[in-house]
Design a protein around this ligand. Structure first.
Ligand SMILES: *Cc1c(COP(=O)(O)O)cnc(C)c1O
Length: 416
């Protein structure tokens, strides 16, 4: 088997629409962080998200979260409630601002922020600090919606703005409405591995034209209206390049096909793994209002399920950071941390890897990360259990039915 099957690869349109828009950018000399592709991509996204939202495209999803926090007035000494079970980019911009992420654990069915625990966290922080958190960041993990009806109801009752981290959830819906359109702000990511890509990029979904104007001002170094450079507040260089936006416009033509394919691969895994005791494919059936884009399909392995090579699973240190961060060499030389996936999960990952299949543990919860070990955290054990038991499987347009069949076969082969 020469071919390697990856988790989720960038996939350009068959029509070559991306190249057409890039060529236009070069032909018209719009090789700058503004121009027709930037405006066109924003219009496309605005139509897609609907609900009178305004879109600003940016250099990354992380930048979008940073600006959303500024839009909510977050500053030094503030607290922000962040879903613990997530990628670090949901929390880091809070830290950039000198504020403190307060982590809240997940529900067992959606894997996303537990609304009851969230309310408990709000009350506790108010009691201890005498102040309410400044914002709440739920995350659509692997594309699965959060219980946004409950989250909004509670957040509105306390008057706290919600920033939806829908970086992984473009095209996911709750009760027929697009994620990212419920909160004060919503964020999207177009990194190379997301639902669609601009090579790297993101978007901020804003509540009004006025908010969009303010965000664009912050994203372009906060230049005041004078014939010379006049600065009265601190700004950032976060706008998307017109070349990247060209890729985005092209990708919008295949977004719905991508979502359909991700959902198709989910159906495939679920059907083919239905009879395997000890393995569960994470689905959306627990609530008819949930519609996931299944950005990454995920499975959990019961601790009682035994996998070949389990005893040796952690014998070797991995080299290089997970996710292959562009040539970064940062070897720890260590094999264990204080919280890691169960040995059967690591053995499954290694077995699939030997067969040319990339898989990956679920996000390690932020409250278990050394860098956030002293942050306030409201935990219920759900995200830690899922982290110990879960794996992400190849998903998306590059995974064929034959690939999915092969992956399932190899999963079954690895079981003792
Ligand atoms: C990818 C991602 C981000 C950040 O997006 P970038 O475009 O990579 O900066 C934020 N939150 C979550 C949950 C993500 O998966």
């Amino acid at each position: 088997m020469a071919k390697r099957i990856y988790l989720n690869l960038a996939h350009m349109s068959e029509s070559g629409a991306e190249m057409k828009y890039i060529q236009e950018a070069f032909d018209t000399n719009w090789v700058v962080p503004l121009g027709p592709n930037v405006n066109g991509f924003e219009d496309d996204l605005q139509r897609y998200i609907g609900h009178d939202k305004q879109i600003v495209v940016l250099s990354s999803g992380t930048a979008a979260i940073h600006l959303a926090l500024l839009g909510c007035g977050v500053g030094p000494g503030d607290e922000v409630i962040v879903q613990s079970f997530t990628f670090c980019a949901s929390a880091h911009p809070v830290t950039y601002l000198g504020a403190t992420p307060v982590f809240v654990d997940s529900e067992a069915d959606s894997w996303n922020m537990d609304p009851e625990l969230m309310e408990h966290a709000i009350k506790e922080r108010l009691r201890i600090k005498g102040r309410l958190p400044k914002a709440i960041i739920p995350v659509s993990l692997y594309g699965m919606p959060y219980r946004i009806d409950r989250i909004m109801e509670i957040a509105d009752r306390y008057g706290i703005p919600v920033i939806e981290d829908s970086a992984e959830g473009l095209g996911s819906c709750f009760d027929g409405r697009e994620l990212g359109s419920f909160g004060q702000y919503g964020i999207l990511s177009f990194n190379g591995n997301k639902m669609i890509t601009t090579s790297g990029g993101g978007a901020l979904i804003c509540p009004s034209a006025e908010a969009k104007q303010h965000i664009m001002f912050l994203a372009t170094q906060a230049r005041e209206a004078y014939p010379y450079y006049q600065h009265e507040i601190i700004g950032y260089n976060y706008r998307m390049s017109n070349v990247c936006a060209g890729i985005g416009r092209g990708q919008m033509t295949v977004l719905n096909d991508h979502i359909e394919h991700h959902r198709h691969i989910f159906d495939f895994y679920r059907e083919m793994l239905a009879d395997v005791e000890g393995i569960t494919v994470h689905g959306e059936d627990f609530d008819p209002r949930f519609r996931s884009n299944f950005w990454l399909n995920t499975i959990t392995l019961e601790p009682s399920l035994h996998v070949k090579g389990e005893a040796e699973a952690y014998n070797h240190a991995v080299e290089g950071a997970v996710g292959g961060a562009a040539g970064v060499v940062h070897s720890s030389g260590q094999v264990h941390t204080s919280c890691e996936p169960n040995a059967n999960v690591e053995a499954m990952r290694l077995a699939l890897d030997r067969d040319g299949i990339e898989s990956r543990p679920l996000w390690k919860p932020m409250h278990l990360q050394p860098v956030y070990s002293s942050n306030p955290a409201f935990v219920n054990g759900v995200s830690e259990r899922l982290f110990r038991q879960g794996l992400c499987l190849p998903s998306g347009p590059c995974v064929t039915d034959d690939d999915a069949r092969y992956i399932v076969e190899k999963i079954k082969d690895a079981i003792v």
